[in-house]
Ligand binder design. Structure first.
Ligand code: NAD
Length: 434
């Protein structure tokens, strides 16, 4: 099939490359001219394992191309995916200006029947507005369908998630749109949930909110564990073996970040309020997440007392491992808080240091590897659980640190082993060992 993806970011590029890999002819379009010229030159603007290879293979086979010509991309496609960003506005609303802009662009350029698919995460009833916008600006009476097909990929595992999804959700209003999308996804052999557009939109917000709730639940529980001297990892295992609960997303830490959970929760709370429902549960989830960073900072202060002129080594900056995405990464808030107290910071991340903006960079020393971040530091913080941090040479780490203090915001290490290796090791909710 001929497919166009409007918005060539994390979701758009992965979606485009994967659909091309499945044999479709795909155009990835974006209004960011720099990004598109980079892509045309063969430079991939994001780090996502396997993406580069997939893009190269499919551009070579002429199944994947990149353009800033959105009108052309609309004309050439039978299916158009909207994968533009939907960031949070100040008031928590999702900013849908990109979606509206693309909808108008589609209306003006539509030359034959199209299925127009929301891939971006949008509040319930956005589909209604997309349809209304296209009807308003399209003058030639060509038929079209709007559909919702939310994306559930996880950065760092995006290709695998796209190719082997737990489920595919398709929200449609017509049999034609349903058949088109079901056929498109058939090669993936995955369960397909076909529903109406509003339900599909809600499935995405509900799924992300539920996962965020699990994270905040375990983080709240971690605080209790610290108070009574229990171990959150053992509590999580005991809970998670119950099939009704499951172990996934029960890892205590410094809270969720990234470009999705925080903004999607905000948007869901806001749209619920507009619809007349005060979603207090999600407000509590958000509050726990916000204060989890303070809980981590308190642990640092409990050990170091005054932070002024102390050197703190930080391992990991991206919001999670295997991505260079630093949008809403807890690391940024932690760095700002430490800087405000006068601490000197040495940081290392395998992938995303180049993406840290000028403001955050001020007073921050980037290191070439984890060991350099340890050298002369009063304390080592684990902020993102990249695999390479799991296999450090701890004898070397101990020698390099000014004092053998590790505060692990991701519970990466075994407290017993760390203790035996001579570290003062502090985790999240691991009071049993401290
Ligand atoms: P992104 O910022 O990486 O990419 C968005 C792209 O859209 C950018 O390249 C931007 O230049 C482009 N764009 C914005 N306005 C445009 C316009 N008017 N015309 C053409 N291009 C335009 O964002 P992302 O992480 O890919 O997320 C996209 C959507 O998918 C969001 O709604 C997000 O919530 C959702 N989503 C993201 C993930 C994820 O893990 N990143 C997972 C599932 C769903």
């Amino acid at each position: 099939m001929h497919i166009s993806i409007i918005g060539s970011g994390y979701v758009g590029l992965v979606t485009g490359a994967c659909f091309a890999e499945l044999g479709n002819i795909v155009t990835c379009a974006d209004n960011d001219t720099k990004k598109i010229s980079e892509l045309k030159r063969g430079a991939i603007p994001i780090y996502e394992p396997g993406l580069k290879e997939l893009i190269f293979a499919n551009t070579r086979k002429k199944r994947l191309k990149f353009t800033t010509d959105i009108g052309g991309a609309v004309k050439s496609a039978e299916i158009i995916f909207l994968a533009v960003g939907t960031p949070a506005l100040e008031n928590g609303d999702a900013d849908l200006t990109g979606i509206e802009h693309v909808a108008r662009n589609i209306a003006i350029n539509m030359n034959s029947y199209k299925v127009i698919v929301e891939k971006s995460t949008v509040p319930v009833e956005t589909g209604k507005w997309v349809k209304h916008t296209i009807e308003t600006y399209h003058k030639r009476g060509i038929k079209f369908d709007v559909a919702s097909n939310p994306e559930f990929l996880k950065e760092g595992r995006a290709i695998n998630d796209f190719m082997h999804p737990d489920r595919i959700v398709i929200g449609v209003e017509s049999k034609k749109a349903r058949d088109t999308l079901v056929n498109l996804y058939k090669p993936l052999n995955a369960p397909i949930v076909v529903t109406d557009i509003k339900s599909a939109e809600l499935i995405k917000h509900a799924s992300n909110s539920f996962l965020a709730t699990k994270i905040s639940f375990i983080n709240a529980l971690a605080r209790i564990c610290d108070k009574v001297g229990a171990d959150i990892t053992e509590v999580a295992m005991g809970m998670g073996l119950d099939k009704r609960i499951g172990r996934a997303f029960l890892n205590a830490g410094i809270g969720y970040g990234g470009s999705c959970f925080p903004k999607d929760l905000d948007a869901f709370i806001t749209i619920s309020e507009k619809l007349g429902y005060n979603f207090e549960l999600l407000k509590a989830v958000r509050d726990i997440n916000e204060t989890q960073k303070d809980f981590f900072l308190e642990k640092i202060k409990e050990k170091l007392w005054i932070l002024k002129d102390k050197t703190i080594g930080i391992l990991g900056l991206s919001f999670k491992p295997d991505t260079d995405d630093i949008r809403n990464a807890p690391s940024i808030a932690i760095i700002e808080a430490l800087k405000a107290e006068g601490a000197k910071i040495k940081a290392y991340d395998p992938c995303c240091m180049a993406k840290i903006n000028k403001e955050v960079r001020k007073g921050l020393k980037f290191c070439k590897d984890a060991y350099e971040a340890c050298r002369g530091s009063d304390c080592l913080l684990i902020v993102t659980e990249w695999d390479e941090f799991k296999e450090l040479d701890f004898a070397k780490v101990k020698k390099l640190l000014k004092r053998p203090l590790i505060i692990d915001g991701r519970n990466v290490y075994d407290p017993q082993v760390m203790k035996k290796s001579g570290f003062n090791y502090i985790g999240i909710g691991r009071g049993k060992h401290e």
